[in-house]
Design a protein around this ligand. Structure first.
Ligand SMILES: CC(C)(COP(=O)(O)OP(=O)(O)OC[C@H]1O[C@@H](n2cnc3c(N)ncnc32)[C@H](O)[C@@H]1OP(=O)(O)O)[C@@H](O)C(=O)NCCC(=O)NCCS
Length: 272
């Protein structure tokens, strides 16, 4: 059985390799035990959102029972399919309902590549991240580009994220490219893949180097490298409209929304 959401399907590329995925007839249960603090590595996915509060509470319980075997999970995360680029009424209803229960909402645009891939003009020095010092620069750049306020042990979270990136690269199911000014990493981008499907990750440009085409050059290079590997479908997720526009100019087209709700302390509360 296929999971309908294109974006969640690409999230499973990580869990296929680093965790496990099961289906209980209603919910997909996606686990990455080595990255317990990553909500969207440890979540329930449904083709349709819970219809009402009773169904929502029942889904929370399924989450609690399904993740009881993984120490360090203190959240609840539930995602579902929203097949249009607009927020569907049933999605909006669940957003409203879950907010009253203290949840935060994920509501991002998913884009699929529909352009033509050609060898890009060399505009910046772009190379694959390989050495420990290059990966350290990558972590530093990620921290610099992250405007999200974080609660809890953010350092441990970043450590887990980078462990999983490194494992994907080591298993030859991912590549991280960096754009350099001399020895300084000024932009980065990852791609992970399964079969002929690739999903972009960690799209970041150093604040001092923005609006010079670094991201655009990396997108073109990553697409080209992916195409050379035999990938035919590429997916990227945009949180903001101006970022969506950058992707569209390169040849991506919005096709659905990635939606879900998460709550950081909910699991703890459910246990008590
Ligand atoms: C999103 C992000 C990666 C864009 O990086 P960037 O390198 O500035 O992107 P680009 O330079 O390729 O394109 C950005 C803009 O510069 C313009 N531009 C491209 N080349 C240019 C050039 N040579 N000179 C001037 N402007 C240029 C683009 O047209 C685009 O214009 P817009 O503002 O109208 O969209 C960067 O803002 C960032 O790191 N943000 C924080 C992390 C983030 O949000 N990542 C995306 C997660 S979904």
């Amino acid at each position: 059985m296929d999971l309908r959401s294109l974006s969640f399907r690409t999230d499973l590329i990580f869990s296929e390799l680093l965790g496990n995925v099961s289906h209980d007839g209603e919910n997909w249960i996606v686990k990455e035990p080595k990255a317990p603090s990553y909500y969207w590595g440890n979540f329930l996915y449904r083709d349709h959102p819970p219809k009402n509060l009773a169904e929502f509470r029942a889904t929370e319980i399924v989450f609690r029972n399904s993740f009881a075997d993984i120490p360090g999970i203190f959240h609840v995360a539930i995602g579902w399919h929203n097949e249009t680029i607009e927020v569907l009424p049933e999605t909006q209803r669940l957003f409203d309902l879950s907010r009253t229960e203290g949840y935060e909402v994920t509501n991002d645009v998913v884009l699929r590549f529909e352009g033509t891939i050609v060898e890009p003009e060399p505009r910046f020095t772009i190379k694959a991240l390989e050495s420990d010092s290059q990966w350290q620069q990558s972590r530093d750049l990620a921290a610099l580009c992250d405007a999200t306020p974080h609660v809890g042990n953010y350092g441990a979270f970043v450590h887990q994220m980078y462990q999983r990136y490194g494992m994907m690269v080591a298993k030859k199911r991912g590549q991280w490219l960096g754009a350099y000014d001399g020895d300084t990493l000024v932009g980065q981008m990852g791609l992970i893949w399964s079969g002929n499907l690739g999903r972009f990750q960690a799209v970041e440009t150093h604040p001092g180097y923005r609006c010079r085409g670094v991201c655009t050059a990396l997108l073109r290079r990553v697409l080209y490298e992916g195409h050379k590997r035999g990938l035919e479908n590429f997916v990227i997720v945009a949180r903001e409209k101006h970022v969506e526009r950058i992707y569209e100019r390169v040849g991506f087209t919005a096709c659905e929304r990635q939606v879900g709700v998460h709550r950081s302390d909910a699991q703890k509360k459910l246990r008590s």
